[in-house]
Design a protein around this ligand. Structure first.
Ligand code: SME
Length: 174
């Protein structure tokens, strides 16, 4: 089996209500966990998560990872969506804030976020989850949406837990 996850098709051009999105994500998560089980390679994990979360969260127009490539620099990693910025410094944008603070950034309106990086000017809201492994900031998971306020606090908490259990363990090969 390598056909991704079993979820009904959902339009990407309308924002489903939060309860519908949450129900879909909750049904996707056990399938995602079973796909990733036993894999330790960070790129294989990131690429598969980008693909599966893109399916599970159709409110996204960009879904993937920026990897830490220097003391204060991120470079693009595996993702789904339209072309994104290749590099984001820690002092720029929502991704930079997540990397710098190692705290989840849930931004309902990017225009109200000082220093937002407009890689795609259709993006209206973002959720960025830091990927910390054994105390080191390794990457961030960046989810962007063309809809305002497209990521709820419960979606955020579920993704935070998924990222922690996937990457914050000694066996992962970076
Ligand atoms: N939106 C991010 C930058 C990356 S891309 O848009 C894919 C930010 O402001 O951090």
């Amino acid at each position: 089996m390598s056909e991704g996850i079993d979820l009904e098709e959902l339009a990407r051009d309308v924002l489903a209500p939060e309860n519908v999105r949450l129900d879909r994500l909750e049904r996707a998560l056990p399938q995602i966990r079973s796909v990733l089980e036993g894999e330790d390679d960070a790129v294989a994990l990131q690429a598969s998560l980008a693909c599966l979360l893109w399916e599970a969260m159709p409110q996204t127009n960009w879904c993937g990872f920026y990897r830490r490539v220097g003391p204060a620099m991120l470079a693009v990693g595996p993702y789904q969506g339209k072309m994104g910025c290749l590099r984001v410094a820690f002092d720029r944008g929502v991704c930079g804030a997540a990397a710098r603070t190692q705290a989840v950034q849930r931004v309902a309106d990017v225009q109200a976020f000082a220093g937002h990086v407009a890689c795609d000017d259709r993006t209206r809201s973002e959720l960025v989850v830091p990927v910390v492994s054994q105390g080191d900031l390794r990457a961030v998971l960046d989810l962007d949406s063309p809809f305002l306020d497209a990521f709820g606090s419960e979606e955020s908490a579920l993704l935070e837990a998924l990222i922690r259990e996937t990457f914050d363990r000694p066996g992962v090969v970076w």
